[in-house]
Design a binder for this molecule. Structure first.
Ligand SMILES: Cc1cc2nc3c(=O)[nH]c(=O)nc-3n(C[C@H](O)[C@H](O)[C@H](O)COP(=O)(O)OP(=O)(O)OC[C@H]3O[C@@H](n4cnc5c(N)ncnc54)[C@H](O)[C@@H]3O)c2cc1C
Length: 394
């Protein structure tokens, strides 16, 4: 890098990329952040941040950190005061608690609200879809679909599970694995009385169940656009079961019908909620995809990965978002060292990469958790049962 000023190109303005950008800005490291989106996509979900919560405080500006409540599905919820600093796993056949894993400071964050709250402070360039990377003696350049480019000292791909930066680094080895489970993930609303009931009985962070039929179902709150009008509250369901039929394999369009056919023997709240779903509820096709990290050639410390781009995992142990924040924190700390002249960029990225790949062991642990949710008889052997939601290695 010689005497050239350190300048970071962050590709992707999701949880990982925005956390990196804020951390770099807070530490006066020069950066640019880009995202392919021209407008927010309609995909939305919630993330339970537990052990990575203190790291957000280090990365975000004080005022943003103090206002994180606005990112919650229910901005009025104080989980501590409500005695709900935990996640809940039930027996789907009885509704009884199987696991209640506690975590002080745990917070549910809705992904679109989070992007909306975090983006303004970091001046994201939108409509920039990365299509290629080139490297010269001057350093790496990111090339975008619109014909523009950004040059800097290092590119960090925080561009999600199907990462283009990862594909540039690893070619075919970057391909995701599709797991053999039917997967549905869809939002819905309910009449006021039913929405109030559900909100009262469900755990606000995570309320999921494993069923003797070897099936997983979770109900989550996505948004309360008007706190006084429960009929506006948006919930969503995540449901998975092993693919055994041709219809499941082809992921045919009769998804609600297929879900309802799986609901005999379920207890409340899951049973009633699926019964109450409107017949025209939209359930889009989806797949469970993961990517196990394989060490990549960082071209002498010029290109690296973070978040789902570096390790994409199933949601069944709730670790992907936490690891995105951990990657962001590790990367920012390394860049601070490089800027201070305490470490070369090459050495810093080498060490960062080793950590990111090691953190990727969680992909296998989360996959084991996915399998365990579909193996009711042996659920007590599962990672969540044994480790709760603590990070691997602690
Ligand atoms: C249903 C569900 C539930 C989950 N629950 C939890 C949970 O409880 N706890 C937890 O810790 N984690 C959870 N996760 C995982 C967590 O959401 C992810 O790990 C985390 O959001 C990943 O963030 P990211 O920034 O790496 O990727 P993303 O959020 O995917 O962001 C990537 C960004 O890169 C942009 N991009 C993509 N390609 C390009 C390109 N070529 N050029 C430019 N920009 C590009 C995209 O537009 C996007 O904005 C859950 C995930 C899902 C889907």
């Amino acid at each position: 890098m010689g005497d050239k000023k350190l300048h970071v190109i962050v590709v992707g303005a999701g949880l990982a990329g925005l956390a990196i950008a804020h951390g770099l800005k807070k530490n006066n490291v020069s950066y640019v952040i880009v995202d392919r989106e021209a407008a927010p996509r309609d995909r939305n979900w919630g993330v339970t941040l537990s052990w990575a919560h203190p790291l957000m405080e280090k990365l975000l500006p004080e005022d943003l950190y103090k206002s994180l409540q606005v990112c919650q599905p229910d901005p009025s919820l104080d989980t501590k005061a409500a005695g709900k600093e935990c996640i809940l796993i039930r027996d789907g056949a009885t509704g009884e608690t199987k696991v209640e894993a506690h975590f002080p400071g745990i917070r549910r964050m809705q992904i679109q609200k989070t992007k909306k709250a975090w983006a303004p402070g970091v001046n994201v360039k939108y409509g920039k879809r990365l299509v290629d990377i080139s490297i010269t003696a001057e350093g790496p350049t990111a090339h975008f679909e619109d014909g523009t480019s950004e040059s800097g000292s290092v590119i960090i791909g925080a561009d999600g599970g199907a990462s283009q930066v990862r594909r540039w680094l690893l070619k075919d080895l970057a391909a995701q694995e599709v797991l053999p489970y039917a997967f549905m993930n869809f939002p819905f609303t309910l009449p006021a009385e039913k929405a109030l009931w559900l909100d009262g009985v469900m755990n606000p962070n995570v309320d999921v169940a494993t069923h003797p039929k070897n099936m997983y179902l979770g109900i989550f709150l996505l948004d309360k656009p008007d706190l006084t009008k429960p009929e506006t509250w948006v919930f969503y369901i995540l449901v998975t079961w092993p693919i055994t039929t041709k219809e499941d394999e082809e992921n045919s369009d009769n998804r609600l019908e297929r879900l309802r056919a799986h609901m005999d023997g379920w207890a409340d709240p899951y049973k009633s909620v699926v019964e109450w779903l409107p017949d025209d509820v939209v359930i889009k096709p989806d797949q469970l995809r993961i990517w196990h990290p394989k060490p990549w050639d960082n071209h002498g410390g010029l290109v690296t990965l973070a978040g789902d781009a570096a390790h994409s995992m199933t949601f069944h142990r709730g670790q992907g978002g936490n690891l995105s924040i951990k990657d962001a924190h590790e990367f920012v700390m390394k860049m601070v060292k490089v800027q201070r002249g305490e470490q070369s960029l090459q050495e810093a990225i080498k060490e960062y990469d080793e950590g990111a790949v090691a953190r990727g062991q969680e992909v296998e642990i989360s996959k084991a958790q996915t399998d365990a949710f579909h193996d009711y008889a042996n659920f007590e052997e599962s990672p969540v049962f044994k480790m709760g939601i603590k990070p691997a290695g602690t």
